[in-house]
Write a protein that binds this ligand. Structure first.
Ligand code: NAD
Length: 434
């Protein structure tokens, strides 16, 4: 089997992406070659865990698949799906819902690392290995390309793969779900995204998730260059490049849809999110969405931005203030019975908005809002009222830190039922063709 890999740094939130990597085809280790068995324990460093567990990641993927299978099959759902950013978070859940809820062939693009020697791989690699294994068992086609989604080379590889491997040589849904700290654009410049307020510094309550301490942070104001660079990385330019390339190659099916994900969140995080550098990038994503929608109309299709709920992912754990808000939010939403993770969110997007004969329900800015339960006035009022009273001492009374931590660890394959974390396990895992 050949797996497409890129020689690059692990794409963790605190690791710079190597923009100059080459995509290459390398053979997977053949049977009989000794590989490396390791006992893998979580090693958390701030907002990242530097180890991950392949069997735990596969179990987490199976949990998501089980949720999708517990739902009714999606009627009129997608059959040939490209997910850009398919290995973790919202992109992974989109891939799982499309495959197991709608029987779709999926082509996943991501930037991950297999284990090597005594070093475990990245969770997104292991998630994908787990996904492929389950897809194969279920007779679902799965193709994965590991490399830099921002590059023209990878776009060309994806087009080639769609033509040669996807049903009818076309796709009927493209999910754009990248979260990256940097991007090398077609101009050859590497832009960096930063999380900073715009206009004025932001002083706010924050959570030290390592020490479970509620502290304060002051975040300095972004420069005009910080804003411009963040827009380059997390704005809509690359989504447009993707859609123009796919259209130009003739691989968009009639009626094809494309969706990109965004976030708005509560007032307490607006200075760092909605009104911050990342919020400016999300405004640009919406601009791109409107432009792409005109292109998609030519195919009797559509493009839109879906505003999703705050969940614990590698990307969101890295944003100051957000983990504190998320811990409070989880407690409130769980008490109301409206709590959702990535898979419940995406399944609801597919079931209640995009397919099953439903129409998209747009807000006044033309966005789909599956953050509706998070943004419900009573939920936001409860957050707003609790916020001034949250201290290290009162934290447990207001927050679901156990829930936050459990989701965080699960993202790295730890804390899953049925996994023997004392047993050595093979760190180098192939992504088997499915
Ligand atoms: P994530 O970190 O879990 O996933 C990011 C994905 O992007 C991974 O598959 C990773 O491999 C891929 N990726 C990163 N750089 C890449 C590159 N150069 N080439 C190829 N693949 C690359 O992130 P997430 O939280 O699921 O975020 C996905 C989207 O959802 C983002 O647009 C984010 O703003 C949005 N969103 C997230 C939340 C949240 O709470 N996490 C809420 C609403 C919206």
């Amino acid at each position: 089997m050949l797996t497409l890999i890129a020689n690059r740094q692990p794409p963790t939130a605190n690791t710079c992406l190597n923009s100059q990597f080459q995509i290459e085809l390398i053979p997977s280790p053949s049977k009989g070659v000794p590989m490396s068995q390791q006992v893998l324990k979580p090693r958390v460093r701030g907002f990242i865990c530097i180890t991950s567990h392949p069997d735990g990641c596969a179990a987490a993927v199976r949990e998501q698949i089980a949720y999708v299978k517990s739902r009714q099959p999606i009627q009129g759902g997608p059959k040939s799906v490209l997910v850009i950013g398919a290995s973790t978070g919202y992109g992974l859940s989109s891939r799982i819902s499309a495959a197991f809820g709608s029987g779709a062939a999926t082509l996943g693009v991501f930037f991950e690392r297999n284990g090597e020697g005594d070093k475990p791989g990245s969770p997104g690699w292991y998630n994908t290995a787990g996904f492929h294994a389950e897809a194969k068992k279920a007779g679902l086609k799965a193709v994965s390309l590991n490399g830099d989604a921002f590059s023209a080379e990878l776009k060309a590889q994806v087009i080639e793969s769609i033509k040669s491997k996807m049903p009818g040589g076309k796709v009927d849904l493209i999910v754009y779900s990248l979260a990256s700290p940097r991007r090398t654009a077609p101009d050859g410049v590497t832009y960096k995204s930063v999380l900073k307020p715009t206009g004025a510094p932001f002083h706010a309550k924050n959570l030290d998730t390592d020490k479970k301490v509620v502290n304060e942070v002051t975040l300095e104001t972004a420069s005009a260059d910080d804003i411009a660079q963040t827009v380059k990385v997390m704005g809509g330019e690359d989504w447009e490049l993707w859609m123009n390339a796919l259209d130009g190659a003739g691989v968009l099916k009639e009626g094809c849809q494309t969706v990109a994900y965004s976030y708005i969140g509560p007032q307490v995080t607006w200075p760092i999110y909605k009104d911050g550098t990342i919020g400016k990038a999300k405004e640009d994503l919406e601009r791109a969405g409107r432009k792409i929608d005109s292109l998609m109309k030519l195919h009797r299709g559509r493009a839109f931005v879906s505003v999703n709920k705050a969940v614990v992912t590698q990307a969101s754990s890295a944003i100051p203030v957000v983990p504190l808000y998320v811990s409070l939010l989880f407690k409130i939403m769980k008490a109301k019975g409206t709590h959702e993770g990535c898979i419940e969110q995406i399944q609801r997007l597919f079931e209640k908005q995009m397919y099953n004969g439903n129409a998209l329900d747009f807000d006044e800015n033309g966005r789909v809002r599956i953050d509706d339960w998070e943004m419900a006035p009573d939920v936001q009022k409860a957050v707003f009222e609790a916020w001034p009273h949250v201290t290290t001492e009162t934290f447990d009374a207001h927050a679901d830190f156990a829930g936050y931590q459990s989701d965080f660890m699960k993202n790295f394959g730890f804390g899953l039922a049925g996994i023997d974390y004392e047993a050595p396990t093979e760190v180098e895992r192939p992504i088997e063709d499915a």
